[in-house]
Design a protein around this ligand. Structure first.
Ligand SMILES: CC(=O)N[C@H]1[C@@H](OP(=O)(O)OP(=O)(O)OC[C@H]2O[C@@H](n3ccc(=O)[nH]c3=O)[C@H](O)[C@@H]2O)O[C@H](CO)[C@@H](O)[C@@H]1O[C@H](C)C(=O)N[C@@H](C)C(=O)N[C@H](CCC(=O)O)C(=O)O
Ligand SMILES: Nc1ncnc2c1ncn2[C@@H]1O[C@H](COP(=O)(O)OP(=O)(O)OP(=O)(O)O)[C@@H](O)[C@H]1O
Ligand SMILES: N[C@H](CCC[C@H](N)C(=O)O)C(=O)O
Length: 526
């Protein structure tokens, strides 16, 4: 870890980001005139509250110059910013075109390019990133003796075994490279990370090349003033993974698959395709023929879809029976097989390629049963049209002929992804008996307004609706109603929060018991 001011300036110059170096009233194209420019930077940070002796600070986003007040006294060595900050500090400034790109490049160097010591796998898609990332980690851990790290929207894992709750789907670049360094120092050989569209939008993975990039699917989501202005912009950001990967694993069934194939061809990136099939493929034509190289396919092995068969590179992998129900999870498992294979796991390593069968992912398809009232409860993380549809497809298939009374307990995020509110209602209203609208995560938008918005999209007069803002009370009401009808088969779906032990209010995490725990407690109390 030996970044100096001189080296930082040269790196930024090489990437055409450096405008000028400002120090003591002198503006220059290099840092050569600054005393101590060859001293190692002792700390790299994007937050003035963490500045200590010898620190280099990157001023990004909604940074305000006043944050710098007092930093000189704490030993600020240099800053990197998109504008001259010398009114608030005597430290030398590297003025750049894009501070977030600069942060990513500097962080990689500061931490000694830890990505070079790892096989790095990036997974993007509207749905299934987290599950596929956990499944892939399970396979690579089995293959390598627990030497696979993970960055996911649920947890991060830097030693193949210990999981710590994460803040973002894709960490800020500096945090990502710091954690990669720790992973390498812990002996990790692989890293599986989720790559959100926001990560590309705000350059959290700038300059990082994935050994394997995976594109799972794309559907409308994340359109709002703080995310993407349009679906086109959302897809444009996600597509960047193709240009930034050495090999691409692609779902042959995703929307815009032809465009992604074109992207890969233009970038010279080899593609492995996978496809979930409705039935066994023709033995004479072992691949689907949908893409140039559909290497991995899976199909239901029984009528209830409780097991699937998989084939990789023409080799049968045998039956798969996941701990997580739902056809979509077999698609995620298939993606994990294709990704792990592209990352070097041989097709004949059956043990490793089946390792995800035991994997559970917190808050995804957690199932509970109250036999006395014939009630099944599912806690899941569905929170948009595609995932609610996938969940209801599972319920339809599983309860075919039993005509269950389905209650959906759901809210939607505040201040972002506004279309989700209508889409969740539209995906569900003709397929369920009752909505209970409730709190989900928000910033400034009141929960009541979000629930009212959801209610306004209900057009089916046959579906019952209630709004119970308190989330625990909403779940309680749904379960009590199910118990009050013992002769009826009930399915209660509690979606959008999973295992989270907090709920966002005014963008702060307020402690919350967790959907899984609320359900367990209520069922045990009977
Ligand atoms: C708190 C907040 O709203 N942050 C958003 C903001 O970041 P920002 O860098 O401008 O941060 P900021 O909090 O305004 O502060 C500006 C800078 O001043 C610094 N600071 C602040 C105070 C101080 O005293 N001193 C100081 O130095 C802060 O450390 C920061 O570096 O602007 C960034 C660029 O727009 C956003 O990425 C970021 O979104 C937050 C992190 C967020 O939650 N974003 C969501 C939408 C997100 O990224 N989600 C995706 C998942 C989507 C998916 O599943 O597909 C994700 O990858 O997690
Ligand atoms: N391949 C898939 N296709 C459709 N829906 C899926 C798929 N995989 C998971 N889901 C649904 O989406 C929910 C979230 O899954 P997961 O966390 O794996 O995806 P994600 O891409 O990380 O989502 P998010 O970014 O919203 O957290 C699941 O609880 C399930 O309802
Ligand atoms: N209830 C959460 C869902 C976040 C999941 C994240 N991956 C996203 O879609 O932004 C929220 O809106 O903050």
């Amino acid at each position: 870890m030996s970044l100096t001011l001189n080296a930082a300036a040269a790196l930024l110059e090489r990437h055409h980001l450096l405008r000028e170096v400002i120090h003591d009233g002198r503006w220059s194209r290099s840092a050569a005139h600054v005393a101590g420019a060859d001293e190692p930077v002792r700390e790299l940070t994007y937050d003035t509250r963490r500045v200590g002796p010898g620190a280099m600070l990157v001023c990004k986003g909604r940074f305000r110059a006043e944050f710098l007040d007092g930093c000189d006294e704490r030993g600020l060595a240099a800053y990197v910013a998109e504008t001259d900050m010398s009114g608030h500090t005597r430290a030398p400034g590297l003025i750049v075109d894009d501070a977030r790109k600069a942060l990513s490049l500097l962080a990689a160097e500061f931490y000694g390019r830890p990505q070079d010591g790892l096989t790095v796998i990036g997974i993007t898609g509207t749905k299934g990133k987290t599950t596929t990332a956990y499944f892939t980690q399970a396979v690579l851990n089995a293959h390598s003796g627990d030497r696979c790290a993970l960055f996911s929207s649920v947890d991060n894992c830097l030693d193949g075994r210990t999981y710590v709750e994460s803040d973002l789907t894709t960490p800020e670049s500096l945090d990502a490279f710091r954690m990669m360094r720790e992973a390498v120092d812990n002996g990790m050989r692989y890293l599986v990370m989720e790559v959100s569209s926001q990560a590309y939008k705000v350059n959290r993975v700038y300059g990082l090349t994935f050994d394997v990039g995976a594109f799972l699917n794309i559907s409308p989501d994340h359109i709002s003033p703080i995310e993407h202005p349009t679906l086109e912009d959302y897809l444009r950001c996600k597509r960047l993974i193709v240009d930034n990967s050495r090999a691409l694993v692609l779902n042959a069934r995703t929307d815009h698959v032809d465009l992604l194939r074109e992207d890969a061809a233009a970038a010279g990136v080899p593609v492995t395709e996978f496809a979930l099939l409705g039935a066994a493929p023709d033995a004479a034509a072992p691949t689907t023929g949908e893409g140039p190289a559909t290497a991995a396919v899976a199909w239901p092995a029984d009528a209830t879809h409780d097991a699937y068969a998989m084939r990789l590179d023409g080799r049968d992998l045998g039956g798969y029976r996941l701990s997580l129900a739902g056809d979509f999870n077999y698609e995620n498992a298939l993606a994990a097989v294709a990704i792990a294979h592209a990352a070097g796991v041989p097709a004949d390593e059956a043990g490793a390629l089946h390792a995800m069968e035991a994997t559970r992912v917190s808050g995804r398809m957690e199932r509970y049963r109250d036999a006395a009232s014939d009630t099944d409860v599912i806690v899941d993380y569905a929170h948009n049209h595609t995932s609610v549809t996938a969940l209801l497809d599972f319920v339809d298939a599983r309860y075919a002929g039993r005509n269950p009374f389905i209650t959906l307990v759901a809210g939607s995020a505040g201040n972002k992804a506004f279309d989700r509110r209508q889409e969740i209602v539209e995906a569900a209203q003709d397929r369920i008996a009752r909505f209970v609208f409730t709190a989900e995560d928000t910033d400034t938008e009141p929960y009541e307004d979000i629930c009212r918005d959801m209610l306004s999209h209900v057009t089916n007069g046959n579906v019952a609706t209630d709004t119970i803002i308190d989330r625990v009370a909403a779940i309680t009401d749904a379960l009590e109603d199910a118990r009050a009808h013992p002769g009826r088969t009930d399915v209660v779906l509690v979606i959008g929060k999973g295992h989270e032990r907090w709920i966002k209010d005014r963008n702060r995490h307020v402690p919350y018991e967790g959907d899984d725990q609320v359900v367990e407690r209520l069922l045990a109390a009977r």
